[in-house]
Ligand binder design. Structure first.
Ligand code: I22
Ligand code: ZN
Length: 196
């Protein structure tokens, strides 16, 4: 069994190595980091959403920003649309599950915010609908996706597509990128910044 475990770990770091060696993809991560730093300088907020494991990633990243990532500093506004069970159940019940994120974004998103949709397939309809609402409200969209990027990659202002077809490997890379973004944002806004 140890060999199997080692093989799983190898697959995980090989996916990360593929990102490490992909300059275009690194440029997209840099672009999103700069957009986030800029929006926090303008007192706007990040909004995130995802389903299943990606819902956990969305709220994990929001919590790093509102709480803290690496050091004590003022709170940064960030909202995960996955956490309010009253909203999720009411909107899901009254309008359908496909609207659970778009309806919340309609109410809480503002011009200048960024919406980060997290999905391994890039085809979750509730996030696609939120991207459409974001466009109407002048909210920039980031697709954190995998596989071929799906519909989300086509709609997003910036698409970060993990070069893998394996759901767990894609998710592991998503949270790595989430952590990198939180690290850069925190250091740029409150610390000494990061190397250019
Ligand atoms: O975490 C996992 C699988 O690793 C699951 O909970 C997974 O996130 C769910 O099946 C999601 O509904 C998949 O949606 P998506 O990534 O295609 O948007
Ligand atoms: Zn998972």
């Amino acid at each position: 069994m140890k060999e199997y475990i080692k093989d799983q770990i190898k697959k995980s770091y090989e996916t990360k190595k593929a990102i490490y060696e992909n300059d275009e993809l690194l440029g997209k991560i840099e672009q999103v980091a700069k957009l986030c730093v800029e929006l926090y300088r303008c007192k706007n907020k990040t909004i995130l959403a995802g389903n299943g494991g990606s819902a956990a990633d969305a709220q994990h990243i929001a919590a790093e920003l509102v709480g803290r990532y690496g050091f004590d500093r003022p709170s940064l506004p960030s909202l995960s649309l996955t956490t309010d069970t009253s909203n999720l159940t009411a909107i899901g019940n009254d309008y359908g599950y496909d609207k659970v994120f778009s309806r919340q974004l309609e109410g809480m998103g503002q011009d200048g915010d960024i919406f980060i949709g997290i999905s391994t397939s890039g085809n979750s309809l509730n996030i696609i609908n939120a991207f459409k609402v974001a466009k109407e409200k002048n909210i920039k969209t980031v697709a954190l996706v995998g596989r071929d990027g799906g519909e989300m990659a086509k709609l997003a202002d910036v698409a970060i597509i993990i070069p893998s077809d394996a759901t767990p490997r894609i998710q592991e890379s998503h949270i790595l990128i989430g952590h990198i973004l939180c690290d850069i944002i925190e250091k740029e806004i409150f610390g000494e910044g990061v190397a250019k």
